[in-house]
Design a protein around this ligand. Structure first.
Ligand code: AMP
Length: 451
């Protein structure tokens, strides 16, 4: 039998075994943790993009696109060397020029870099930016977690007051509302993790508390105790969650300024009637956060590790840590896959792109050319049409038109080409009429508007 391209020969029993050859077809598959977004799902994604753009315009955020590939050190310096994202999950490699680069695991660090690199500190402050795009983290793939996932984010740089945090949370809340989620479908969880000053004392207290319970902690938490104690509060393992109930709470350790800032945020939220849940255990996984941290959680999800739709907070030291001037800032990011998941769960009504009401069918070479020209003519008039120009049989084309549930099929054959006409068939009534080719667009428009 001739060998086909793409066939691989395997021999049962392994190399050198004498069993008969068994050709198997090797097809390429998605990498683990990656996914295709198929045409059927696109309407949900478009719905998200539209809401994001609309709300961004309402609150005057400007769009920014940053590259997917950045210097690795950008993320090490900002997200933090000891975080899971940087220590375990980044796609990092040395490129052909010898530079150590990473696929971005998140975009806030890139936005801060761009703010400094393009001198945005000389623009009127605060600078309000938003972005949409793919992020990469080599996490353990599980439901709702991917290695390439999409986020959109809203960042406000150069604004210090609690009003900025509150409005940022309001924007996140309003995106959820605009997407069509019922108010009880999600909750805003909020906490303050203070600044470097108050956090230092708190961390000591936290470590002392957890040290006494070390033997009951999971393996990861034993490491966190040394490397990243705040993340002890974030552990999803049941035993560790039980211990957390008695852990000291950061709110009791906030200095006066951080406390006043947090109270200010809550007051604005109360006044704006944004309901929230005070969550003393919310800490966030990235190093750059200061003061306010928040997450939006899906209410319906049992599994707390997968229920976060979006999250954010204040990052007052980030720009400075990258060599820029002191720049208080605040922002959030949502995961689009999670939003799509919730839209499906909530059966949010999403408008599909309008389908054409017309099908153009043709028989014969000359008719095919005429039909293609007609398609262009209708397109220029803003009339959408289906076609199957690669098909020759009229029966097949009309069956397809039927399946697509169009109102009218325009049929062009040899005779119509010679006469300068077309047949317009009312698909439901089965009635056909002859129309002058030149008048098709205006006639079809009339028919569709009166239908
Ligand atoms: P983070 O950047 O970790 O604060 O995450 C912000 C949001 O991005 C989360 O609330 C999720 O909705 C989403 N997200 C984070 N990691 C993943 C992932 N691996 N797969 C899918 N969505 C994710």
């Amino acid at each position: 039998m001739p060998k086909k391209k793409g066939d691989i020969k395997v021999v049962a029993g392994g190399i050198g075994a004498s069993a008969p050859e068994r050709p198997i077809k090797k097809t390429n598959q998605l990498l683990k943790g990656f996914k295709d977004i198929l045409p059927d799902e696109q309407k949900y994604w478009q719905h998200v993009f539209k809401s994001v753009e609309k709300v961004a315009q309402q609150y005057r955020y400007l769009k920014i696109d940053s590259p997917i590939l950045e210097e690795t050190s950008l993320f090490v310096r900002t997200v933090g060397k000891e975080t899971d994202i940087v220590s375990k999950e980044m796609y990092t490699f040395t490129d052909a020029g010898g530079d150590l680069v990473s696929l971005r695991p998140e975009a806030t660090a890139s936005i801060a870099r761009a703010y400094i690199e393009h001198g945005m500190m000389s623009l009127p402050q605060p600078v309000k930016l938003y972005y949409v795009g793919p992020m990469f983290r080599r996490e353990n793939p599980q439901s709702g977690r991917f290695r390439q996932f999409y986020q959109f984010g809203f960042e406000v740089l150069g604004g210090a007051g609690p009003v900025i945090d509150a409005q940022n949370i309001l924007v996140a809340y309003n995106i959820c509302v605009d997407l069509g989620f019922k108010p009880d479908a999600f909750t805003v969880q909020i906490n303050s993790i203070g600044c470097q000053n108050c956090r230092g004392e708190y961390k000591k207290e936290l470590v002392n508390f957890y040290k006494a319970k070390r033997k009951f902690l999971c393996g990861d938490c034993k490491k966190r105790l040394i490397r990243n104690p705040l993340r002890l509060l974030d552990c999803k393992v049941e035993g560790c969650r039980a211990i957390r109930r008695d852990a000291p709470q950061i709110l009791d350790w906030l200095d006066d300024e951080c406390k006043a800032h947090f109270m200010g945020v809550l007051e604005f939220l109360d006044a704006l009637e944004v309901s929230y849940v005070l969550n003393p255990h919310l800490v966030r996984g990235l190093d750059y956060y200061t003061r306010t941290v928040f997450e939006l959680w899906m209410s319906q999800k049992e599994d707390a590790s997968q229920n976060s739709l979006g999250s954010g907070g204040r990052y007052d030291a980030l720009v400075e840590s990258l060599g820029g001037p002191p720049t208080p800032a605040c922002g959030f990011a949502f995961g689009i896959e999670r939003l799509v998941q919730l839209m499906k769960l909530q059966e949010v009504k999403v408008k599909d792109k309008k389908s054409p009401d017309i099908f153009i069918a043709q028989i014969g070479q000359q008719a095919k050319i005429r039909a293609m020209k007609l398609f262009e003519m209708l397109r220029n008039e803003g009339i959408l049409a289906y076609e199957a120009f690669s098909k020759d049989s009229l029966k097949t084309q009309l069956e397809l038109a039927n399946k697509l549930q169009v109102k009218y099929a325009i049929i062009i054959g040899q005779k119509e080409v010679l006469d300068g006409t077309v047949l317009v068939r009312d698909m439901e009534a089965g009635i056909q009429e002859i129309i002058n080719y030149e008048k098709v667009a205006s006639d079809v428009k009339k028919k569709l508007s009166s239908a």
